[in-house]
Design a protein around this ligand. Structure first.
Ligand code: UDP
Ligand code: MG
Length: 335
């Protein structure tokens, strides 16, 4: 993942190829008591049928209810269930990030714990991966959430993300997605960013597709999100876009804006002088001198900010031994 995270992720990268299992199911869990036994039963029913080696990574995101106890009960019976328990609530994206870090599957599939996603869709996702896709996203064609608070804003957000990033999916927000291991190694996620993994992946040249999946109303517990999430997603989108295009040369953005501002300042200054000298209009009769000073200041400050951003970018790349490129494959370069 170039800009956001070209470096290989620690945990996944250290797993020897021979010890990889076929599929890892990643489940973020925050206060899902009641849902967990049913989810586990349904997941195992599907996975046992598939004849693959698998693990389920349940990430308990600091639940304050009985979720952890319910998980442990299942884990005592089934060793394939692995639990990672956070010391405090860190959000769904962080929970998925932990899943990516700890999983040992050749393919990872993320799924919500509240049974809104349907475990029966897992074989369909795997079939698409087998066709050669690197990321398969679920598309909740018939979404069973609140129309005004959730579905409409999400529709607008999906259109926006698709336009801005050029990655055309209908439903970035659906947790049910499958990722090939090469795609998720090295991904670093912040904020609400788990929905952008297909975007990073596609920018890296991965083959991304979507399939329709089922969606059910929540049975136990309540949704953790409302309208405020849209604002977060829009801000994250700006970060993703900015970091992708400009992380390597931030001075081009800040400096470009700074130079433009200095140019406007100059025009405004020259025009003010022209009015004074040719038409005899006093400098204090127009707002032009004020505009000149303002654009001059903004211009200089932007240039300086650009320099600071350049220093940050260098710290970022060099402190982590990152590169401005990411290599997919090499031939005859074994050393
Ligand atoms: N979740 C989490 N941490 C949080 C909030 C939610 O791990 O801080 C989990 C939650 O348990 C569920 C998934 O993320 O498995 C989706 O959450 P939710 O159902 O509240 O979102 P919605 O389906 O309403 O978008
Ligand atoms: Mg839900």
């Amino acid at each position: 993942m170039t800009s956001i995270a070209p470096r290989l992720g620690r945990a996944p990268a250290t797993v020897a190829a021979s010890s990889l299992c076929d599929v890892s199911i990643l489940v973020p869990i925050y206060n899902e008591q009641g849902n967990i036994p049913i989810l586990a039963e349904r997941l195992f029913a599907v996975l046992d049928r598939l004849n693959l080696s698998f693990e389920i990574i349940a990430v308990n995101d600091g639940s304050s209810d009985n979720s952890l106890a319910e998980l442990k009960e299942v884990a005592a019976r089934r060793k394939e269930l692995k639990i990672i328990s956070f010391s405090r609530n860190s959000g769904q994206t962080a929970a998925l990030m932990a899943g990516f870090d700890y999983c040992t599957g050749k393919v990872a599939i993320s799924i919500d714990a509240d049974l809104q996603n349907d475990p029966d869709d897992i074989p369909n996702l795997l079939a698409k991966i087998a066709e050669g896709y690197d990321v398969v996203a679920g598309w909740r064609v018939d979404r069973k959430d609140d129309a005004v608070r959730r579905n409409f804003p999400s529709h607008v957000a999906n259109k926006l993300i698709s336009t801005v990033t050029g990655v055309h999916l209908h439903d970035f927000g659906c947790t049910l997605k499958a990722y090939r291991r090469e795609v998720m190694t090295g991904v670093r996620l912040y904020g609400e960013m788990h929905r952008f993994v297909p975007v990073y992946a596609s920018w890296q040249g991965a083959k991304v597709t979507e399939i329709p999946v089922r969606h059910h109303p929540r049975r136990f517990g309540k949704s953790n999100y409302g309208l405020e999430r849209v604002a977060k997603v829009v801000l994250d989108l700006m970060v993703v876009k900015f970091l992708d295009r400009h992380l390597v040369k931030p001075i081009y953005v800040f400096g470009g804006f700074g130079l433009l501002s200095l140019f406007v300042s100059m025009i405004s200054g020259v025009y003010a002088l022209y009015l004074k000298l040719v038409d005899g209009v006093s400098l204090i009769q127009t707002p032009l001198p004020l505009a000149t000073a303002m654009f001059f200041l903004v211009g200089i400050l932007s240039l300086l900010l650009g320099l600071v951003a350049e220093m940050l970018a260098r710290t970022y790349f060099e402190s982590q031994d990152r590169r401005a490129y990411s290599v997919r494959d090499t031939v005859n370069c074994d050393d």
